[in-house]
Design a protein around this ligand. Structure first.
Ligand SMILES: CCCO[C@@H]1O[C@H](CO)[C@@H](O[C@@H]2O[C@H](CO)[C@H](O)[C@H](OCc3cn(Cc4ccccc4)nn3)[C@H]2O)[C@H](O)[C@H]1NC(C)=O
Length: 124
């Protein structure tokens, strides 16, 4: 929102044998502003965060991040915020940006998938 301090907080624990997990935010499951997908070992990726958008069910261009600040079993808190141009994923020790390709102005859908045990979700 206008104050810019709003964020969606997802708190939880990465499973000890995690292959990967994903945090999806957007309008619905077919229209995602951001698919934030840390991969420990899946789809041929090792310790790589894959970000993407999805428009009417079609994946966009993947964006692979250099850093991988996750370890099996970690308890983490992810803060997602966005404005008209970009989405930010903040972790205690790292921050990732991704373009708001769809120019989405509000998020009404959030889904966490894969090897991650959600403890709390907070919209603040
Ligand atoms: C090398 C030529 C083929 O390219 C591969 O094409 C795959 C299929 O499109 C790409 O994998 C897909 O990448 C998407 C993002 O661009 C999504 O991550 C697709 O997964 C969707 C999904 C979520 N879930 C639930 C879930 C999520 C996390 C862990 C466990 C289940 N199940 N399927 C995932 O299947 C995969 O990232 C891509 N690899 C490369 C290097 O481009």
């Amino acid at each position: 929102g206008p104050t810019g301090t709003e964020c969606i907080k997802v708190k939880g624990k990465i499973l000890s044998d995690a292959k990967g997990f994903a945090v999806n935010v957007g309008k619905d499951s077919s229209t995602l502003m951001l698919h934030f997908n840390p991969r420990f070992d899946c789809h041929g990726d090792v310790n790589t965060i894959v970000c993407n958008s999805k428009e009417d069910g079609a994946w966009g261009e993947e964006d692979r991040k250099a850093d991988f600040p996750f370890q099996h079993g970690d308890k983490i808190e992810i803060c997602i915020s966005f404005d008209a141009t970009e989405v930010k994923v903040k972790l205690p020790e790292a921050e990732f940006e991704f373009p708001n390709r769809l120019g989405m102005e509000k998020i009404q859908y959030l889904a966490v998938e894969g090897d991650f045990k959600v403890k709390a979700i907070k919209f603040s």
